[in-house]
Design a binder for this molecule. Structure first.
Ligand SMILES: [Zn+2]
Length: 278
């Protein structure tokens, strides 16, 4: 984590993403913005300013290729070029995709840019990595970080059967809140939406997966899909929150005090209402 968190102190007030951890809605929103700027446009230059990519020679590999598509897959963003090459990005906790008119001031310091793609009209910038790699389409079919993903909650048609199958293959003693964060079960849901989804479905995130019915697990997803779609359409700032980061405040449904505690191996803080989530 130290590599990822050292940058937080240098956030500026111009950065709209201050305090926001990217989840599937953020990435789907980024894929739309990046796609509008790049798909079908001539890429005039590609830079990889970060020292980690200093010897990768991506500009040579990608010179003259057109961007075919930009897709979100869970929390991953894929920029596909002609000729079967693809840039794979995962923003983890701190990254951001910025799209700016040529010459406009960027939302983060240029020192934090890992990738800059320029067209005649736009600069598309990936800030703060930490996963940025050039790979072939064929590798994406075997790379478990992508091929092993569960169904994307923001896919046009959410695959409910696959979600339930993966959930039932998971450790039945695991808390449902923790299982929903596992991208092999459900792609795109992060810590914030996991807490919100369990709240809106009225389900205690600590209940073991074995004690959560299929209808209840699906209810969490059904509560999340429209909210995450709205957020993906509008951008990160539109994300509502009923209980996330509201520990100690009254529950908006029953008035009991909202609780918070670390859950799962990663200890990500789960927020829930002991009064009305069962
Ligand atoms: Zn409540």
């Amino acid at each position: 984590m130290s590599e990822l968190t050292f940058q937080v102190t240098s956030f500026t007030c111009r950065d709209r993403t201050l305090g926001w951890v990217p989840e599937g809605d953020t990435i789907h929103n980024a894929a739309r913005r990046v796609g509008e700027a790049l798909v079908g446009k001539a890429i005039e230059s590609i830079e990889t300013p970060h020292p980690r990519h200093g010897r990768d020679r991506w500009p040579e590999w990608l010179a003259g290729r057109e961007v075919r598509s930009v897709e979100a897959l869970g929390k991953h963003l894929l920029v596909r070029f002609d000729g079967g090459l693809m840039l794979h990005s995962h923003l983890r906790m701190t990254g951001w995709w910025g799209v700016y008119p040529r010459g406009a001031r960027w939302g983060r310091s240029p020192r934090r840019a890992w990738l800059v793609l320029r067209t005649s009209e736009h600069e598309v910038v990936q800030f703060d990595g930490p996963v940025l790699e050039l790979m072939t389409d064929s590798r994406t079919r075997v790379d478990q970080r992508l091929a092993g993903l569960g169904p994307d909650i923001l896919a046009g048609e959410f695959d409910r059967e696959l979600f339930l199958r993966r959930l039932r293959e998971d450790d039945p003693t695991r808390g449902i809140g923790d299982a929903l964060l596992d991208q092999r079960n459900l792609a795109g849901v992060g810590n914030r939406w996991k807490s919100e989804g369990c709240f809106h479905a009225g389900i205690d995130p600590w209940r073991p997966v074995a004690a959560v019915g299929d209808d209840e697990a699906l209810r969490v997803v059904e509560e999340l899909i429209p909210r995450m779609r709205d957020s993906a359409a509008g951008g990160v700032q539109t994300r509502e929150r009923a209980i996330f980061e509201r520990a100690g405040l009254p529950c908006p449904r029953c008035g009991a005090r909202i609780s918070a505690r670390g859950q799962g191996d990663a200890g990500r803080t789960t927020y829930w209402c002991p009064g009305c989530q069962r």
